[in-house]
Write a protein that binds this ligand. Structure first.
Ligand SMILES: *Cc1c(COP(=O)(O)O)cnc(C)c1O
Length: 238
């Protein structure tokens, strides 16, 4: 099988699972955005995905994402590829935020006020407006993880909403490893309801990966971030 056929098959089987999970949850497929996570995969895969109709891709590392999207823009100029939107999903150092604000179309991993301020300055310098999600962490046993604890959401959300260059678009989480994800996704949805009391436009709920997206759909996720199920297993990190 060539790569294009492999990716088409991965997309098709993933789509079938999404549709089945929507049906089981009594939800409309149209409420859900699939973000195909292309980290570690080459720009040529993103190009093929774009040709197959994928409009949203996720990346978790700078400068990998930046270089890949530069390459894609060159391909776009050569043969009319429609550029997908770039969702930045990864832990982000403040000193790289300015660069990410130049090319990302949404940042899912805003977990501290300093980072929100750095993204705001970067978006200002790039004359862009950048939708941001607050990343929430439910794993208190592992303090090294990205994400703000639930009690920290209001203050961080206000910092994003107060920036003229950032848009507070919603919440994101990565379920803690080795635990039933369902209660955490339910918790995220309740936190989203709380957030929308003050910020009615912050409607995005970004949750669910290859291993747990059915549970995220059942809970009420609006954006799924799926890599392996579409692209195949990633090579182990070097
Ligand atoms: C890698 C990654 C994903 C996708 O994970 P898969 O298991 O490949 O579906 C989703 N979200 C984040 C934040 C990631 O880093």
């Amino acid at each position: 099988m060539n790569r294009r056929d492999e990716l088409a098959a991965g997309l098709e089987s993933t789509e079938r699972r999404i549709v089945a999970a929507c049906r089981a949850a009594g939800r409309d497929r149209g409420e859900i955005t699939l973000i195909v996570v292309t980290k570690t995969y080459p720009a040529s895969d993103v190009e093929l995905l774009a040709e197959l109709g994928v409009a949203d891709v996720g990346e978790n590392r700078h400068p990998e994402a930046d270089l890949k999207f530069q390459e894609l823009r060159t391909m776009e100029a050569d043969h009319a590829v429609t550029m997908p939107r770039c969702h930045f999903l990864g832990g982000l150092q403040t000193n790289k935020a300015g660069a990410v604000a130049r090319y990302a179309d949404m940042v899912h991993s805003v977990d501290r006020i300093k980072l929100a301020n750095a993204l705001s300055r970067g978006a200002e310098a790039a004359e862009r407006t950048l939708p941001c999600l607050v990343q929430v962490d439910f794993d208190a046993t592992n303090p090294g993880r990205s994400g703000v604890v639930p009690s920290g959401i209001p203050e961080l959300a206000a910092a994003i909403a107060d920036s003229s260059r950032l848009i507070l678009a919603g919440l994101m989480t990565v379920a803690p490893l080795g635990q039933d994800p369902a209660p955490h996704f339910d918790h995220l949805v309740r936190l989203s309801q709380d957030l929308r009391q003050d910020h009615p436009d912050a409607t995005i709920i970004s949750a669910g990966m290859s291993g747990d997206f059915e549970a995220a759909i059942a809970a009420g996720a609006t954006h799924l971030r799926i890599g392996r199920s579409v692209l195949g297993e990633r090579p182990p990190a070097g």
